[in-house]
Design a protein around this ligand. Structure first.
Ligand SMILES: [Zn+2]
Length: 351
């Protein structure tokens, strides 16, 4: 995949960084933050760090890097198990416990572009989801574009810990693809599955990306689902609907909207406020109307006019079809679950 012409809109002036630039495959780009590479291998003032684009091993020595590139064990396939494949994009699940060195090297590299999230060496308790692209014209060659990590056991039901699209591949909506994957695999659609969201607090960039992702998710739900028809998979969350006349609108609570989209109510509120599609409802039981200025409370019933959602979608050029395709999911996440047990991807280890 061709790197973006606009590699980074990252405007923050670079802070004191141990590594100034990285060479990833044949791409050279600037780092944003300090990482925690061991000082005996990466000196405090490294201008160029060479990083393998398949396994994230690093070296300050271009010859050692070139030599490794010829023999890298992941040059044809990433580690782990493929869980998604559609249109050249694939997602691979890598267990940090099975691939410790890989996960550590990926984390070290990612930290060069992540500010507030601490990169943990406790990789064994995380799963990593790599986003790859393979050009059909060149099927032997794959590119890792970014990833997200997820705690295996999250008490807050966080469906994502860290997310990063590597700078050369940003501004291509790829973060949304990964966010969509994180929701899809967070089990909320199953009975007893918990609704979650990304680990908070979010960075400034994370907040912006997530707000837009949530807005689009809600817009697609409201515009694509015929809420009058009982959807068998969501019977238990069927919202109250009113669509009389020429201007159908949905009257539902924020919680119902969250149950239907697998989103936390606080995230639904963020999205609805951002979209500005909530209209004042008739006074509530408590006799208050507090939605005049787009105020939205957690257990509040909201009135959402579909035409305004459509206007919002047009103004923001949202494609109504989700770029993340259900039919792209494989194994246990495939649309018609066939109780196929996927290989845990432990056939090779980095250790
Ligand atoms: Zn390598």
């Amino acid at each position: 995949m061709a790197p973006s012409n606009n590699p980074s809109s990252h405007t923050k002036p670079p802070v004191d960084r141990n590594v100034k630039h990285v060479v990833l495959g044949n791409l050279l780009f600037q780092t944003w933050y300090q990482s925690i590479y061991p000082e005996d291998l990466v000196s405090k003032d490294t201008d160029r760090l060479y990083v393998c684009r398949w396994c994230f091993r690093y070296s300050c020595d271009v010859d050692a890097y070139a030599k490794h590139s010829c023999v890298c064990q992941h040059r044809t396939t990433p580690p782990g198990t493929q869980i998604y494949d559609h249109g050249g994009y694939a997602v691979w699940e890598v267990d940090g416990d099975d691939h410790k060195l890989y996960a550590q090297n990926l984390s070290l590299f990612a930290k060069l572009f992540l500010d507030h999230k601490s990169v943990f060496f406790d990789v064994a308790s995380f799963l990593y989801y790599l986003l790859t692209f393979t050009d059909p014209e060149d099927p032997e060659n794959y590119y890792i574009l970014g990833f997200f990590s997820k705690e295996k056991l999250s008490w807050d039901a966080n469906n994502l810990a860290c997310i990063l699209i590597f700078p050369p591949y940003q501004h291509k909506q790829l973060g949304k693809l990964l966010m969509g994957v994180s929701y899809k695999i967070s089990d909320w659609e199953k009975d007893g599955g918990l609704i979650g969201g990304p680990e908070k607090p979010l960075s400034e960039m994370g907040r912006k990306s997530y707000s837009r992702f949530w807005e689009e998710r809600i817009a697609r739900y409201l515009l694509l689902h015929d809420l009058n028809t009982e959807d068998s998979s969501r019977q238990k969350q069927k919202p109250s609907t009113s669509s009389r006349g020429k201007h159908p609108h949905e009257v539902m609570t924020v919680q119902e909207l969250g149950l239907a989209t697998g989103m936390l109510t606080e995230d639904v509120i963020t999205a609805l406020k951002g979209m500005g599609v909530v209209e004042p409802t008739t006074p509530s039981k408590r006799g208050r109307v507090n939605q005049e200025a787009g105020e939205v409370d957690e257990d509040k019933t909201v009135r959402i006019r579909k035409s305004r959602v459509l206007e919002w979608a047009k103004a923001h050029r949202i494609t109504l079809r989700d770029p993340l395709r259900d039919e792209g999911f494989l194994g246990r996440w495939a649309p018609h679950h066939t109780s196929e047990i996927s290989d845990s991807g432990s056939e090779e280890s980095d250790e």
